[in-house]
Each structure stands twice: as C-alpha cells, then as structure tokens.
Design a protein around this ligand. Structure first.
Ligand code: IPE
Ligand code: IPE
Ligand code: MG
Length: 247
C-alpha cells in the first residue's frame, strides 16, 4: 500500500499495546500444529510494525511471552523461544535500518543467556533511533513488574535516599521496567478473549481497550486501522467531564 493511502487520523494514538492472542486456535482451525500459528504470528507482527510506523504511531508494545506461559508444554515453550531468537537474528538489521528503537520489558534473570544477550544487543544497536519504539514484553507479567518496582523502592528507603512518606505514584511509575515510555492510549487484544492476562496493569489505568475477534495470524493493517477508528470514537474523560458538558 502506498504511503499516500495512510488515512488522515486526527487523533492517532501515540502508544498502542497489543495482546497477540489466538495463534493456537488459528492453527487448530486449519488442522495444523500450534507452532505453525506462532510462525504465522511472526509474519503478522512484521506487518503490524510496518503499518504502525506508516500510520505515525510512536510506541507499540507487543505481548510476546507472558510470565505465565512457562506453564505450557516444554516443546511449545522451546518453539516460542526459538521464534524470538530467529525474529531478532533475522529482523534486527531491517528494524534498525527503518529507524525502529527496540526496548524489552519483563524479567530477564530466568532467561536463557543467549536470548538475554540478543535482547541486550537489540536494545543497544537501536537505542539512538528516533522512529517507532517497539517495546517487546517478554517473560512479562504486570504483577511481577509492580513487585520488582516495590523492591526497588524498598531498597531506596533502606538506603535512606527516600522516606516512606515521599513515595508517590510517580515513584512507582519511575521504578517500572520502562519508565520513559508513556502509558498506552489503546490496548488491542485479538482472538475474542476479553481480559488483560496480567499485561500492563499499572500503565493501563486509563487505556481504551479494544477486543477484536480476529486471530493474531490474520491481523493486518486494515484490522489495526479498524481498531484505531474504534479508539477515535471513544471519549476519554480521565474522571473529568465530557468536553461538551464541561463548561
Ligand atoms: C498467543 O497465541 C501467543 C502466545 C501466548 C505466546 P496462543 O498460543 O495463546 O493461542 P491460543 O490462545 O491458544 O489460540
Ligand atoms: C496472553 O495470552 C499472553 C500473550 C499473548 C503473550 P494467553 O493466551 O497466554 O492468555 P490466557 O491464558 O488466555 O489468559
Ligand atoms: Mg492464548
């Protein structure tokens, strides 16, 4: 699709977060192994990153592996790890060329050292890019992230650099995994499930949620644009009054 076809979005969400769900069901519906759904999911991810960049979205966060996904069979966990490794090896240079800055949130300690190295390499290589910021939530759980923040705050209090009374909402935000990334304006979940599954619980306080029936491997630019249009029809009030009745 040529650049001129970019719709004139008036209120383009600055940060879109996506729960990429439904790979297994996509595969099952076709009599294919689940891993085939995950493979096609990587292609949907490539399309979505390209589209987000063209639409003018500044930040995109993708939920690629949850802290709870370790409970899946070892074979599937291994396949998902392999796909992440391959995604970084194959796509990092191209992402870098197109100005994407990559960030990773989630717990790194339990990860295979090779994956840990690849994640650091991706962040290091792309850190000065000023295009789309791609935040990869990998081995990520929001309650775990908030717990890590609580530990960081407790350390500051123990050291004496902060008192309990000085702890504010900003203190908590600053101790999360990526404090410089703004909260998501829009969270999209594919596959028809309507839950957050431990994704960005702190940051989603005022996000608009859009649930779409599409399985992730079928997600594309048109589906992203439909979700953005739905977002644009919402009225974000943040606890205040609607703009037209607020006078
Ligand atoms: C999303 O698809 C990918 C991950 C959670 C890693 P699923 O694998 O959850 O697919 P379904 O929900 O079983 O269809
Ligand atoms: C959420 O999907 C995690 C990712 C998309 C990576 P799940 O498929 O793991 O969520 P549940 O188990 O249906 O809540
Ligand atoms: Mg799922």
């Amino acid at each position: 699709m040529p650049h001129s076809a970019v719709p004139p979005f008036e209120r383009t969400p600055r940060h879109v977060a996506i729960i990429m769900d439904g790979n297994g069901r996509w595969a099952a519906a076709r009599g294919l192994p689940r891993v085939e759904g995950h493979r096609r999911g990587v292609e949907a991810l490539r399309r979505t990153i390209r589209a987000a960049s063209e639409i003018g979205i500044k930040f995109i966060t993708i939920f690629s592996f949850s802290a709870e996904n370790w409970s899946r069979p070892a074979k599937e966990v291994g396949e998902l790890m392999g796909l992440l490794r391959r995604f970084i090896r194959n796509d990092l240079a191209e992402l870098h060329r197109s100005g994407v800055r990559m960030r990773v949130i989630g717990e790194r300690v339990q990860l295979d050292p090779e994956i840990g190295r690849l994640l650091v390499e991706a962040e290091e290589l792309t850190k000065s890019n000023d295009g789309l910021t791609l935040v990869v939530a990998f081995n990520y759980g929001a309650r775990q992230e908030i717990t890590r923040a609580a530990q960081r705050i407790a350390e500051k209090v123990a050291k004496g650099s902060l008192t309990a009374a000085e702890i504010t909402m900003e203190t908590v935000s600053e101790c999360l995994d990526a404090p410089d990334i703004p909260d998501p304006d829009l969270i999209i979940r594919t596959s028809g499930e309507q839950r957050l599954s431990n994704f960005l619980l702190w940051q989603s306080a005022y996000s608009e949620l859009v649930f779409v029936p599409t399985y992730w491997p079928d997600f594309d630019r048109a589906a992203l644009e439909t979700a953005i249009r739905e977002y644009q029809q919402r009225e974000r009030r943040f606890g205040g009054l609607a703009a037209k009745t607020g006078s």
